[in-house]
Design a protein around this ligand. Sequence first.
Ligand code: ZN
Length: 176
Amino acid sequence: MPKEPVYEMVGKRFGKQIVLRRATGERKGRVAWECRCDCGKIRAVDGYDLRTGHSTQCKRCAARAQPSFGPILWRLLHNAKARAKRDGLPCNISLADIVVPELCPLLGIPLCPGNGKVLPGSPTLDRLVPELGYIKGNILVISFRANTIKQNATPEELYRLAKNLTRIMRKKGKIQ
Ligand SMILES: [Zn+2]
């Protein structure tokens, strides 16, 4: 049974999307709505995602909203899906879930598109808990540099490593 009456959603605007009609079937037990994005794209959207502001535009428009990162976002998603399939990990993220911050949240260096070249600041997709896969809430966009250092290390391992490396290098007079 639909949780919301049809008349309350049809014709309503959510960001760039206008609700046309109720979509056939449900998504994850929720009512879905056929929406038209301002770009013309028509697709079914979860009513909950609309009302909570999680969905304001189609995936293509969401990718375009971050123009310089657009192609990278597609590649990150494509690679994540391929890796998840290969390793039998769950993957339920979409383009809209991949948000590239200005700075790498782990190293504080600027994230840059790189124009096809892999740079220390190239955005990569990290799984906070690797075995949970690419699911909403478990992914973080970090720099290539940070990803190379971190790999699948836990914060505790990284902390221990940094602490011991600092101690040894100090002792040898390599750092202050
Ligand atoms: Zn659109």
